[in-house]
Write a protein of this length. Structure first.
Length: 237
């Protein structure tokens, strides 16, 4: 596809979360500048571990997003069934399936991902702290959660609407490709990856994605990320 060959991608700058003031964030970053913040989520990294999730969730069942024969998480329910599965079963399948991705091309494997609301892991998340630079925004906890997925899985290019989205990365490594608003207009990217410069997101870092920015995620290894959605006012996106 010719339109994917010349995309530069955006590499955000990295800032120390503890050195960014709320006023600076609101004036210089909010709404327009993707940024990676280092630090500020030490309690997230410490508490939202795979072991703690497995212990807390026990036999609670969640839809497991699967892909058979390709390494994409797709939005089409016919191609992307979401059977309910206990979290431990998800982990067992994810790590077992991940082994085949090392021996064979990724598209020959079945890939697994799981998404949890913060409300369903409330004992782990109710006292989580946000960095100070976010103190003037409002946390949309009902729309925030945790993503976990196995290595080599890709999430297709997509836009998350008008909320301000923060990836609080707690374990593993993800490669992210970012493109400014407008890329997805008149394009069907469900089946085709973005070929553009990306960057790595490491544990303890927060990636801010402004509204309407296109992003594509690739799991370098098994990874867990807190997805924080914020808004500028309680009743305003």
């Amino acid at each position: 596809m010719p339109h994917v060959m010349k995309l530069p991608g955006i590499t955000p700058r990295r800032l120390d979360a503890n050195s960014v003031t709320p006023d600076y964030f609101m004036k210089e970053i909010l709404g327009h500048t993707p940024t990676i913040f280092t630090g500020g989520i030490e309690d997230w990294v410490e508490r939202i571990t795979v072991d703690n999730l497995a212990k807390h969730l026990s036999n609670m069942e969640y839809p497991v997003h699967t892909n058979v024969g390709e390494n994409w998480i797709l939005s089409d329910p016919k191609r992307n069934p979401t059977p309910a599965s206990p979290f431990q079963t998800f982990l067992d399948r994810a790590f077992t399936s991940g082994e085949c991705a090392d021996r064979n091309p990724p598209h020959n494997c079945t890939f697994y991902g799981i998404r949890m609301s913060l409300y369903n892991i409330s004992e782990l998340s109710h006292n989580l702290k946000l960095p100070h630079f976010l103190s003037k925004l409002h946390w949309m906890r009902e729309r925030s959660g945790v993503w976990a997925a196995q290595k080599h899985l890709r999430v297709p290019p997509h836009v998350d609407g008008y909320s301000h989205r923060f990836m609080a990365h707690v374990s593993g490594v993800k490669r992210v490709v970012l493109l400014p608003p407008g890329y997805l207009e008149d394009k069907n990217t469900d089946l085709h990856p973005i070929v553009a410069k990306g960057f790595l997101l490491h544990p303890g870092e927060i990636l801010y994605i402004p509204p309407c920015w296109t992003h594509q995620i690739y799991y370098v290894n098994f990874a867990v990320t807190g997805i924080i959605r914020m808004t500028v006012a309680p009743d305003q996106w």
